[in-house]
Design a binder for this molecule. Structure first.
Ligand code: NAI
Length: 299
């Protein structure tokens, strides 16, 4: 096994079980010192316990690695800041942040209480924001950082009963898009991982246990946090399959004038045609493309 992460320090949130545990074990096995963060609550976010994180720390130490436990809730910025301060006091740097902690509160939108919507947004979106904010200046000062947001196919493509979870997971893609731009000059690379794995989060779905072992996702995570990592990538991973997802823009059409509304409807197939679609490098590109169409129509 390589020592790809020797001398590096990683924080993995929600690392007391499931995917986070596999990520943490794999980073530690390749030389990283790892903070095992986990609130230790139940799948819906209720309760808390130190023991989930401590068990993984014990596992890493028993294998000869270095790790420390944190039971900070990612929703609590003061607790997250303390975790980051403790990490700096202990190991002096933070190279990698894996935002992985998560909960579920599934219900159809018609039946969903707003509190369940808010809590899921708070853990997934604000949890990742809190942890990223707490390490951002450290990574900027180091001129090095690797951050992963754990998104989901439910956010990218939708899933019945997961409006709260899907909204939070897609929000993480938006966060990644901007942070990868803002982090570039300090070599902070930010990516999203969209996993599929059999964990306690998906145990009700009857997924095949071994074929969807969380360890099969981790090689993708390791690439996203490695020195050679890409940036601004959405990597899908599960059961040994690896794919990339993109947010794209079609070539579209140019339509103005008094009949524009009717013409948008009439030419919707052309607007939707995916031939020659592009991945804009930043949001401003959309406006530039539209202005160029207007200018070429005039000239
Ligand atoms: P899991 O339930 O085993 O792991 C999530 C961990 O996050 C738990 O150990 C939990 O205690 C911890 N956690 C929850 N709230 C926390 C908080 N406020 N602060 C700190 N830790 C907290 O589930 P799994 O499947 O390993 O999920 C890991 C990530 O992958 C999640 O973000 C999940 O949404 C995402 N994901 C998982 C998929 C799958 O197929 N298993 C599919 C798509 C995304």
């Amino acid at each position: 096994m390589s020592d790809m992460f020797k001398g590096q320090v990683a924080i993995v949130t929600g690392a007391g079980g499931g995917l986070g545990r596999e990520h943490a074990l794999a980073l530690a096995a390749r030389g990283a010192k790892v903070v095992i963060n986990d609130l230790g609550g139940s799948r819906d976010g209720s309760g808390a316990s130190q023991s989930a994180a401590e068990a993984v720390v014990d596992e890493i130490r028993a294998a000869g690695g270095e790790a420390m436990a944190s039971a900070a809730s990612v929703t609590d910025f003061a607790a997250v800041s303390q975790m980051v301060a403790d990490t700096m006091a202990q190991w002096g740097r933070i190279d990698i942040l894996v935002n992985n902690a998560g909960i579920l509160r599934d219900k159809s939108f018609a039946k969903m209480e707003l509190d369940d919507f808010r809590l899921v947004m708070d853990v997934h979106l604000m949890g990742a924001v809190n942890c990223t904010k707490a390490v951002w200046d450290i990574m900027r000062a180091q001129n090095y950082g690797r951050i992963v947001m754990t998104t989901s196919s439910s956010g990218l493509f939708g899933n019945f009963g997961q409006s709260n979870y899907g909204a939070a997971k897609m929000a993480l893609v938006g966060l990644m898009q901007t942070l990868s731009i803002e982090g570039a000059k300090n070599d902070i690379r930010v990516n999203c991982l969209a996993p599929t794995a059999h964990t306690r989060m998906t145990e009700d779905l009857g997924l095949p246990l071994e074929a969807l072992a969380p360890a099969l996702v981790t090689p993708g995570l390791l690439h996203l946090v490695s020195p050679d990592a890409p940036t601004r990538c959405i990597l899908a991973a599960g059961a040994g399959g690896f794919e990339r997802a993109y947010i794209t823009l079609t070539q579209g059409d140019f339509i103005t004038g008094p009949e524009a509304a009717e013409q948008v409807a009439a030419r919707f197939d052309k607007i939707s045609d995916r031939t020659g679609e592009i991945v804009p490098e930043m949001g401003a590109a959309q406006g530039m493309i539209e202005l160029t169409k207007a200018q070429s129509a005039q000239g």
